[in-house]
Design a protein around this ligand. Structure first.
Ligand SMILES: Nc1nc2c(ncn2[C@@H]2O[C@H](COP(=O)(O)OP(=O)(O)OP(=O)(O)O)[C@@H](O)[C@H]2O)c(=O)[nH]1
Length: 301
């Protein structure tokens, strides 16, 4: 096969929390790789989703929501977001059509001013607005940067996503297919498994448990060619949070485990035994050394 016209490259997704970055990634990559939630700032790591066809490969970097750092974790997240921008071939700046431009956007726009690669403005959630309002929404952003293109989309329904992908491919340099076509994420399985468990914790406990929850997958063992045994710790900051996650007679933890197991089985295509423990580690977010242990590694993600 002649590969000389093959296009490939890295694309960063950037935008305020909750604008739909994970939803976009999931739509394009076609499988659940990034945590999705109504709660802001759940995407803590740069998660890569890989889109591959016979003419192009796009490796998406899902940056955490940009926000003002208050803890070492926040600091770390911000650094990794910004350094990602220097390494990519294009940037998708995603905004939500349902929210006005705010200080968070000004912050991002300021950072993007130094980016030399093409930046596309993606206006998401257009399924939520009256089409007549689109010009007014677009006007809030369109002159803020020399955008390489403006794309109103619905990441949830897929509207107008294909033209955006085609334009992105056009923009990318000629290059090799970096990853095999069946690979959707270059993260270790453990990371995706931890994210799936974290997602269930948020989904089921809602507002009761704050974002100071980490999941540490301690072992993934294959019993035979159809069965996988997984152990993981859910790490919280306070005993009260532990109580909520365990629930009355362990009911909540059981529910979290069952829902997470089904997702993990779907991911791995195997039967899974999932064992969950809840651990209290006070102030883990402020302990830099421990961030490493819980998988927030600057180099890897
Ligand atoms: N109606 C509608 N809802 C959307 C669309 N895209 C995302 N959402 C919803 O918006 C919420 C936030 O979406 P996410 O994909 O988690 O947002 P995110 O930008 O990754 O958020 P962070 O991880 O906090 O940075 C979810 O409830 C999504 O279902 C869309 O195109 N239309």
């Amino acid at each position: 096969m002649d590969n000389s016209n093959y296009k490939s490259g890295f694309v960063a997704l950037i935008g305020r929390p909750n604008v739909g970055k994970s939803t976009f990634l999931n739509y394009v990559v076609g499988q659940k790789v990034a945590i999705m939630s109504n709660v802001a700032q759940t995407t803590r790591n740069k998660i890569q989703g890989i889109y591959t066809t016979d003419r192009a490969q796009i490796i998406f970097i899902d940056t955490p929501g940009v926000h003002k750092p208050q803890t070492k974790l926040g600091d770390f997240m911000e650094k990794s977001t910004l350094s990602a921008l220097d390494e990519v071939d294009a940037v998708l700046y995603i905004v939500s059509a349902t929210e006005d431009r705010g200080p968070g956007d000004d912050f991002i726009i300021n950072r993007l001013k130094n980016v030399k690669q093409p930046v596309f403005l993606v206006i998401n959630k257009i399924d939520q607005i009256n089409p007549n309002d689109l010009p007014e929404i677009t006007a809030q952003y369109k002159d803020a940067l020399p955008f390489a293109g403006v794309y109103p989309i619905s990441a949830l329904q897929g509207n107008n996503v294909n033209p955006l992908i085609n334009k992105l491919i056009e923009t990318l340099p000629n290059g090799p297919q970096y990853y095999p076509s069946d690979q959707i994420s270059d993260h270790p399985e453990r990371f995706v498994i931890a994210e799936m468990i974290r997602e269930k914790v948020f989904e089921l406990t809602r507002q009761e448990v704050p974002h100071s929850v980490a999941v540490d997958v301690t072992s993934v063992k294959r019993e035979d060619d159809k069965h996988v045994h997984i152990s993981a710790n859910i790490i919280v900051e306070r005993p009260g949070q532990k109580g909520i996650i365990i629930g009355k007679k362990g009911q909540m933890l059981k529910k979290i485990g069952t829902k997470a197991r089904l997702d993990i089985e779907h991911l791995l295509g195997d039967k899974v035994f999932l064992q969950l423990w809840v651990k209290v580690v006070p102030d883990w977010r402020d302990k830099s050394a421990m961030l490493k242990d819980y998988g927030y590694r600057n180099k890897d993600y």
